[in-house]
Design a protein around this ligand. Sequence first.
Ligand SMILES: [Ca+2]
Ligand SMILES: [Ca+2]
Ligand SMILES: [Ca+2]
Ligand SMILES: [Ca+2]
Length: 508
Amino acid sequence: MVPPVAWTRTLASLRRGTTCAVAPATLWLFGLSGCADPCLDDGLGQSACPTQDAGTDSAGSSGSSGSISASATDSESATMTAGSLSASGSGSESGTGASDTEASGSSSATADSSASASASSDGGSDGSSSGGGGTLWCPDTDMDGFGDADGCVNADDPPPGTVDNDDDCDDGDPTTFPGAAPLDDRDACMHDGDGDDWGDDAPGPGIDPGSDCDDDDAATFPGAAELDADPTACTRDGDGDGWGDANPGGTAVPGADCFDGNDALNPDTMALGVFVDDPSGDPVFASVDPTDAALTAVAPLDTPGAWNPVSATIDETGTIVVNNDAQNRLYRVDYLGVCGGDPEGETTPAQQAHGIDIFCGISFGQDGVLYGVQNATDELAVLDPLTGLVVSSMPLQQGGAPFDAASCGMTFDCHEQRLLYAHGPGGDIFSLDPATGALTLLADTDLVWSPTGLAYDPIDRVVWVAGDTVLHRIAIDGSNTVEVIGDFDFGPGGDVTVSNLEVLPICG
Ligand SMILES: [Ca+2]
Ligand SMILES: [Ca+2]
Ligand SMILES: [Ca+2]
Ligand SMILES: [Ca+2]
């Protein structure tokens, strides 16, 4: 049986106030763009997508265009080509005062600098060349077509290795020259080390700064993640899905893509989901409407005889792992084939049962390590997702004291790169240090949850908690803000108990 096309609120569609009405097969097979903007920046930003934003924003924000005559900070250059650079003048250093008009004016001046330089040399103003006319020829050591103002000579014919301009602000680097970063400024002398046409925002002396916050990575530049909250921020989109890396490192702005190495996983393709029984009693994967907790069956599951999915998690590759408490065993679950027409989603057992009764929560952490918390022993365990076996374990503790795991849920905060832990009896959310087993309180509510499920929302950076039959949305910024969303149900009158809430890929 192929399920009907469902109307699903992905994380992104919720934010946009839209519902993604895309046929399952279409959504899954065609890159899962879903409701996304089809105009994905290729890094060059010139062909498929409008570049007005880039040009306008960069010129306006950096203000560096006016400092095109930073080359004039080179005293020799200033002396040699005083006439040619006078249009930009010393005022160019003011940066913020450089308007677009000034920028274009100085650009023109620079573009004509060789001619001006030639004129000035013809006029004999260059003391270093001994009269007699000719053209000013400047060494171009890095062969980028722009000359070093230091060492220019007058001659009728060009000496070997020279060009007829002195516009290079770094003649030892072929990636630094006027116009190297055209998306920042078509004329300013900038460094573009990664070739994404955006200029290094922290270049060496004498080079105009651009707005590339990581000039060693062509996937990082202003507007790289056009689907994120600030589409002009300097973000990293490693997988090209339009969503920015949640943990980009360096000075790039974190986005909402927890899986920036996999373009099939992002807020447009993922939604709150649960493994439950449908109203007929058949096991299914169902999406959860974050506005009212309503359940919609997405895919039927071909489950083993005993099926009690207590906790679910997903890794960077899209592999979904469920702890089937009925068999004390991990299962890989692939329901997405259903979106393409397969009759049922696959559930594949790990090689061996871990034998633990109960893992109240499991979650992939950093570097793909799978963690689980054992109720009986109050320990944090490392699990091998392939063999299913426990690799190691350590006691949970809070402030050095033993901690009673009780009912729990687990998930991963991809922004802070930390495990999150929901403690049912106390209604608390903790971060969990996998190196020490230490719990640190993030949210303290008066609620009580049993069973307990936990999922992290990478757009709003809050958590979703399933407490028995009720969905909650809880802040983890210290404000303890709680929203009670509603009862999980497939329709009025049939509340459903949930313990394995997670943000998972969706179809339909
Ligand atoms: Ca050069
Ligand atoms: Ca660059
Ligand atoms: Ca870059
Ligand atoms: Ca991405």
